[in-house]
Design a binder for this molecule. Sequence first.
Ligand SMILES: Cc1cc2nc3c(=O)[nH]c(=O)nc-3n(C[C@H](O)[C@H](O)[C@H](O)COP(=O)(O)OP(=O)(O)OC[C@H]3O[C@@H](n4cnc5c(N)ncnc54)[C@H](O)[C@@H]3O)c2cc1C
Length: 334
Amino acid sequence: MGRYRVRMKIVENPSLLTYNTFGIDVKARRLVEVEDAAELCRIEEWEHPLLLGRGSDMVFTADYEGTVVRLAEECEGKVKECDGGLSVWGGMVLDELVEHNIAEGYYGLENLSGVPGTVGAGVVQNVGAYGVEIGDVVQRVEVYDRQQCDFHWLNREECRFGYRNSVFKQQGGRYVVVRVELRLGRKFEPCLRYRAVEALPRGTAAEWREALLALRWSKLPKPEEYGSAGSFFKNPVVGAAKYEELRSRFEAMPEGHRVDGIEVAYKISAAWLIDQAGWKGRKMGRVGVWPQQALVLYNAGHCVGSEVVALAAMIRHDVREKFGVELEPEAIII
Ligand SMILES: Cc1cc2nc3c(=O)[nH]c(=O)nc-3n(C[C@H](O)[C@H](O)[C@H](O)COP(=O)(O)OP(=O)(O)OC[C@H]3O[C@@H](n4cnc5c(N)ncnc54)[C@H](O)[C@@H]3O)c2cc1C
């Protein structure tokens, strides 16, 4: 007796308030939290399973009439050494991993300091910040494959990482990311690929992290102060003719980034379009557009999801009217 450990927590009708960074007060019918990946074999028995990490990329517009499934943030063997790097549990909070790595002398993820999600969702989204994407250091990923009902590993190439994209995202919900193996350096070199970080003080890795966190929170709302889902919109990609038209009509428009593809296209700044459409810093009732970063919609006080969606629709309308450009949400609307 006494040896058996409960490896799964089930809560009926839980509030999701603390499980989404927008701070939206909705409920789910049920929450299942697993500490042991083997429990995922039962996922199809649960009603309408929805995988949830920290809910930092989500906006709930209603109660969730199904089962929210989470990998517990704490479990045995959360971080383990493996050949040439670390093996990390998908439920671990990414920022905690960055802090852990710096303390233990594993380098490569410092520029992701402060991204509020989990490691598993980070791999799905190929999260990136200040010139570093998690996919840069991923060696292989262990998944529970809901189609084949088994566990297997995908190597780096099979993950098909792209800009905020991966095979896990493309295959929409087929894979649960369970563990991730990362190849990390043992010598600290600050990654200066992004212009805004070039001027930061470069002392130790811990000092670099502090400087990055200060830079991040000078532009974005801290989740504990104002709810948000980070960047709400994607930067739109427009064809070459449209790009030239915009550049000639709006001389101040920042240069776009050329995107490889069958036809020439350019990714342009959604933040600039929103700002020019007059929305930066504006509030509409209990939701607003963050004054320091127009891509971020925020909770100005106990908002509900439909208010976020309504604000997003007005912004999209005004950007469409002024520029003829369609903005798409980056955040997942549930
Ligand atoms: C203030 C703020 C700043 C942010 N800054 C950045 C930034 O700099 N860069 C950036 O890229 N993003 C940023 N984000 C967005 C967000 O943090 C990332 O998209 C993050 O990866 C989401 O992680 P999560 O655990 O919260 O995922 P959730 O929002 O819970 O889920 C996101 C998606 O992943 C799926 N999912 C969750 N866990 C798993 C799993 N284990 N396996 C398979 N699918 C899973 C969910 O079903 C959902 O489709 C920011 C968000 C906020 C609020």
